[in-house]
Ligand binder design. Structure first.
Ligand SMILES: Nc1ncnc2c1ncn2[C@@H]1O[C@H](COP(=O)(O)OP(=O)(O)OP(=O)(O)O)[C@@H](O)[C@H]1O
Length: 758
C-alpha cells in the first residue's frame, strides 16, 4: 500500500476528514474562543502538501453546525471509520471529475455544501454498489444523471488508521467481501454497508412506494438486507416518515435481540420491532393464553397424539378461506346494528329510523363498526339538542296560546283561575318531561345497538351454535366443522387460543373497533415471512391499511408448512397490487462445502427451489461422528477444543425438539460444566457459552460451528424433517458436524457420500 502513488493523498484525506470531524465535535462541546484557538493549532500542526485556505475555511465552518446529541454520538463512533469507499465520478454536465468518499452517514461542509463524506444511502452512492466502471447513471428526485466512473476504491480503516486500500473493477474479486466472510460470528448481525452486493443493493433500493417480496436462499442476507432497506427508507423519506411508524416483525424475541444490536448503527433503532404474537396482544388487548406455533410444532415432533387435529385446525384457521368465514361472521354482526326505529322524545319524532340505518350502512360505511356506532351517537346527541329547543318552543307556544285563551276567554274568575293554574302546571310538567327524556333519549336509544368486546365476539362465534353453523356454512365438511368447533371450545374452556386465532382477533379488531393510531404502522417489515399464515398477512394488511410491506423469506425453511405459505403467489396475486418480486440466490454465510450438502436436501422437497450459490469460500467438509462407540462425548470435547484453538468463537449444538435439547444438555453438561447454555425462547444468549438450542429457535441465527446432535430423535424422509435439517445445516459459517447413531439418522444416506466425512 505504501508504494501506491496515491498513498500520501489517501493518508492526507483521512487526516483531514478526522480533523474536520474533531472540529465539528469540538464545536458542539466547546465555547467559541477555545474552539478558534484549537482550530488554529490544528491547522498549524498539520503539515499538508495541499494545506490550503480551503481547509482552514472548512474548519472554521464546522462550528456552524448544530447537531443533536444522537448525531454527535454517531459522529464520535464514525471517527474510527469515517468512510469505506471512494468513487471518482465525472457527471456529464460538470467540467471535471469529482471524488466522493462514501461512509455510513454524510458530512457536509456547511458553507460550500460540498460532501466531505457521502452517505451510503444517497442516490449517488448507488453508483458504487451498482454501476460498473465506465458509463453509469443514477436517479435522484425523479431525474436521471449520466456520467462516468473511473475509479472505485475500498478502504480498510481501523481505529481511525488507514490499514489498506484497493481498487475494484469487474475482473477483481471482492477482497473486502472475502475478508468479511472469513471472520467469525458474533452473537449479533453484522452491518455490511461496505460490501453490499449488486443483487442485494437492488432489494435495498427497490421502489419504496411498492410492496416487495424477496425469496432468498439461506444466508443470502435477507435479514441484513431488510434492515438496510429500512435504513435506506428512513433516510430517503426522512421528511415525511418517522421511524416510529415502522413495524419490524421477527419470529421470536431472541431473534429481535440478535437483530437489535445492528439497528443503532443503521439508525433504525426507533422502529418498533416485535413478534406478531406480541403485536396482536398489544393492539387487541385480548385476555387469552396463546399456544404458540412453536408449541404446536414441538407437540408434533414429540408426538403428543393429537397433532393431526391440531395441524388441520391450524391450517384451516390460517388459510385464505377462513377470511370468507370471518366475513360471514362480520355480516351477522353488522345485521345486529341495523336499527331503524325512530328516535322520539314524547310524541315527537327527533330522528327518522331510516336515516339512522342509512348512517350505519352508507354514510359511515368507511368506519369500523363500533366507530360508526359512536358517530351515530354523536349525531343523535346533536339532533336531540337541536330538536329539543324546537319541541320546547312548540310546547311553550301551545300552552301560552291556551293560557291566552283562558285568560281572555273565560269570564268566570274562579273557573279562569283553575284553568290557568292547571295549564301552568301542565306546561311545567311537560317541559320537565321533555328535558328529562331529552337527557336520556340517546343513551336509551343506543341500547338498541349491541355492545360486546372483542373476546366476547371471538367466543360467540364458536359458542353460539346457530351463528357457527351460519358462518361456516357449506365451506367446510362436517368433520372439519366438528374438529374446528371441538378444538376451539376445548381451548376456550382453558382460556387458551391457538397462535392461528390471533389473525382472527386482529382481523375482527380492525373491522369492529379499528386500530389505535399509536399502533398503526405505515410500513411493515416481515422476516422469515414463509412462516406466516395467509390469514396473518390478511389481518396485517387489513388492520394497518398500507401496501408498504417488505417481505423476506425462504420457502425451503418453511418448517411451519402446515400453516405457512406454500408459495408467494397468493401475496403477489391477491393481497398486494403489483408488488416487486426479487430473489437472492447467492449465499454469504456458509462455505461451499457445507452448502453443497444442504443444497442436496432441496432436491427432495416438493417445491422446486433453486439451489443457493455460495460465494467462493472453502472450509472443511461436514463430518459425521457415530455415537455408538463409547466415549464419543470425549471426541466431541476434543473437536470443540481443537476448533476453539483455531479461533472459532461461537458454537451451537442443535437438537430437533426442546425435549431433545434437554437430553443433549443433560448429556453434555458434565463435559462442559461452566460454559454451556440451554437456550429457551425468552432467554438471552450468553457470550462465551456453547449454545444448545432446538432448530426452530435457531432460525435466522448463525454460529461459527454447528453440531447437529441426535440422542433420541432422528430425522425421517418427510417434508418437515427435511426442512428442519435444511435450517440447521445452514446455520454454520465455518464447520458442520453430526453426532448420532447412524448417518441415516440425519438423512445423510440421501446425500452423495463424497460430500461429507465419516
Ligand atoms: N454483502 C455482504 N457482505 C458481507 N456479509 C454479508 C453480506 N450479505 C450477507 N452477509 C452475511 O451473511 C450472513 C447471513 O446473512 P443473513 O442472516 O442476513 O441472511 P438470511 O438470508 O437472513 O439467512 P437465513 O434465512 O438463513 O436466516 C450474515 O453473517 C451476514 O452478515
Amino acid at each position: 500500500m505504501k508504494n501506491h502513488p496515491d498513498y500520501q493523498e489517501e493518508l492526507d484525506r483521512l487526516t483531514f476528514t478526522k480533523a474536520y470531524m474533531d472540529s465539528v465535535i469540538a464545536a458542539q462541546e466547546t465555547d467559541q474562543e477555545t474552539l478558534k484557538q484549537r482550530q488554529q493549532e490544528t491547522v498549524e500542526a498539520l503539515d499538508f502538501k495541499d494545506s490550503s485556505l480551503k481547509y482552514q475555511d472548512m474548519l472554521a465552518h464546522s462550528n456552524f453546525m448544530k447537531m443533536s446529541k444522537e448525531q454527535l454520538e454517531n459522529l464520535r463512533k464514525l471517527r474510527k471509520k469515517p468512510y469505506f469507499a471512494r468513487i471518482n465520478y465525472h457527471r456529464k454536465e460538470k467540467p471535471e471529475e469529482e471524488i466522493f468518499y462514501i461512509g455510513k452517514v454524510s458530512l457536509f461542509d456547511r458553507e460550500t455544501q460540498q460532501p466531505i463524506i457521502l452517505d451510503w444511502r444517497s442516490p449517488l452512492a448507488n453508483v458504487y454498489y451498482e454501476g460498473r466502471l465506465g458509463d453509469v447513471s443514477y436517479e435522484a428526485h425523479g431525474d436521471t444523471y449520466e456520467g462516468n466512473v473511473s475509479l472505485k476504491r475500498q478502504y480498510t480503516i481501523e481505529d481511525g488508521e488507514l490499514q489498506d486500500f484497493r481498487d475494484i473493477d469487474i475482473t477483481t474479486k471482492d477482497d473486502l467481501l472475502q475478508e468479511s466472510l472469513s471472520q467469525n460470528a458474533d452473537h449479533r448481525l453484522n452491518e455490511i454497508v461496505s460490501t453490499i452486493q449488486e443483487e442485494q443493493n437492488r432489494v435495498i433500493r427497490a421502489d419504496l412506494r411498492k410492496p416487495i417480496i424477496v425469496q432468498g436462499a439461506a444466508g443470502s442476507g435477507k435479514t441484513t438486507i431488510a434492515l438496510h432497506r429500512v435504513s435506506y427508507f428512513l433516510y430517503t423519506l426522512k421528511d415525511i416518515f418517522h421511524p416510529e411508524e415502522m413495524l419490524i416483525l421477527a419470529p421470536n424475541r431472541l431473534f429481535i435481540d440478535y437483530m437489535k444490536e445492528v439497528l443503532p448503527e443503521l439508525g433504525v433503532d426507533k422502529a418498533r420491532s416485535t413478534t406478531y404474537i406480541d403485536f396482536v396482544k398489544l393492539v387487541t388487548n385480548h385476555p387469552f393464553h396463546v399456544r404458540t406455533q412453536h408449541e404446536t410444532l414441538m407437540n408434533v415432533l414429540e408426538n403428543d397424539g393429537e397433532e393431526d387435529t391440531k395441524l388441520e385446525v391450524a391450517s384451516l384457521k390460517g388459510s385464505a378461506s377462513f377470511q370468507t368465514i370471518l366475513n360471514q361472521y362480520v355480516n351477522v354482526i353488522k345485521k345486529e346494528f341495523f336499527v331503524d326505529e325512530d328516535l322520539t322524545i314524547g310524541d315527537f319524532r327527533v330522528v327518522n329510523g331510516k336515516k339512522i340505518k342509512r348512517m350505519f350502512v352508507d354514510d359511515y360505511a368507511y368506519l369500523p363498526i363500533y366507530k360508526r356506532k359512536e358517530k351515530i351517537r354523536q349525531v343523535l346527541m346533536s339532533d336531540v339538542r337541536r330538536k329539543k329547543k324546537v319541541i320546547v318552543e312548540k310546547l311553550t307556544k301551545k300552552y301560552d296560546d291556551e293560557l291566552d285563551k283562558a285568560l281572555y276567554g273565560i269570564k268566570d274568575a274562579d273557573k279562569r283561575k283553575r284553568r290557568v293554574s292547571f295549564l301552568l302546571d301542565k306546561k311545567e310538567e311537560k317541559l320537565r318531561e321533555v328535558e328529562k327524556e331529552a337527557k336520556k333519549a340517546v343513551s336509551t336509544y343506543m341500547k338498541k345497538f349491541p355492545n360486546y368486546n372483542l373476546s366476547q365476539y371471538f367466543k360467540r362465534m364458536y359458542k353460539d351454535e346457530a351463528i357457527f353453523e351460519k358462518v361456516v356454512d357449506s365451506s367446510l365438511t362436517k368433520t372439519q366443522k366438528d374438529k374446528l368447533l371441538h378444538h376451539t371450545i376445548t381451548n376456550l374452556k382453558r382460556k387458551t387460543i391457538d397462535a392461528e386465532d390471533l389473525a382472527s382477533l386482529l382481523y375482527l379488531q380492525a373491522i369492529l373497533y379499528g386500530i389505535e393510531s399509536d399502533f398503526k404502522a405505515k410500513k411493515v417489515v416481515m422476516d422469515e415471512a414463509q412462516d406466516y399464515s395467509v390469514m396473518e398477512f390478511v389481518s396485517l394488511r387489513r388492520s394497518l391499511n398500507t401496501e408498504l410491506f417488505t417481505i423476506v423469506g425462504d420457502l425451503a425453511q418453511g418448517i411451519y408448512h402446515y400453516r405457512g405459505l406454500p408459495s408467494w403467489d397468493i401475496l403477489q396475486k391477491k393481497l398486494f397490487t403489483s408488488p416487486n418480486y426479487l430473489t437472492l440466490q447467492k449465499t454469504y454465510r456458509t462455505t461451499i462445502d457445507i452448502m453443497s450438502v444442504a443444497n442436496e436436501l432441496l432436491d427432495h422437497m416438493t417445491e422446486p427451489l433453486p439451489k443457493a450459490e455460495p460465494v467462493v469460500r472453502h472450509g472443511e467438509k461436514p463430518v459425521f461422528f457415530s455415537t455408538k462407540q463409547k466415549g464419543w462425548e470425549m471426541q466431541l470435547v476434543e473437536r470443540y477444543q481443537s476448533l476453539h484453538s483455531k479461533g472459532m468463537n461461537t458454537f451451537a449444538f442443535i437438537g430437533k425438539s426442546k425435549q431433545e435439547c434437554q437430553l443433549i444438555y443433560d448429556h453434555l453438561q458434565p463435559f462442559f460444566p461452566n460454559n454451556i447454555q440451554l437456550l429457551g425462547e425468552e432467554d438471552e444468549m450468553e457470550s462465551d457459552q456453547i449454545i444448545i438450542l432446538p432448530i426452530y429457535l435457531s432460525k435466522g441465527l448463525e454460529f461459527d460451528c454447528v453440531s447437529l446432535v441426535s440422542i433420541d430423535e432422528v430425522y425421517h424422509y418427510n417434508e418437515l424433517d427435511m426442512k428442519l435439517l435444511y435450517v440447521a445445516m445452514t446455520r454454520p459459517l465455518h464447520c458442520l458436524s453430526f453426532y448420532g447413531e447412524h448417518s441415516s439418522d440425519f438423512l445423510l444416506d440421501y446425500i452423495e457420500d463424497t460430500k461429507y466425512m465419516k
